[in-house]
Design a protein around this ligand. Structure first.
Ligand SMILES: [Zn+2]
Length: 71
């Protein structure tokens, strides 16, 4: 059944493309924030340099990621 295989392949590729687009939407872009979006504390320059587009301090980012994982 080559047609069914093709269809499965197409669906899989679409799924991957969607997942990738979603991932890129969620990734912060642009210049890093100087102040944390969550708590307003200054984000250390070192952190801003190693994480492009970083918007939160380490504490807030950790809290956010833990919250996402639990959901
Ligand atoms: Zn913060």
């Amino acid at each position: 059944m080559p047609d069914e295989l093709d269809l499965a392949q197409t669906i899989n590729e679409q799924f991957l493309a969607d997942a990738l687009a979603e991932h890129q939407r969620n990734r912060p872009t642009g210049p890093a924030a100087i102040l944390c979006e969550e708590c307003g504390e200054e984000i250390p320059e070192k952190r801003r340099r190693i994480i492009p587009g970083c918007r939160r301090c380490r504490e807030c980012q950790t809290v956010l990621e833990n919250r996402r994982r639990c959901r």
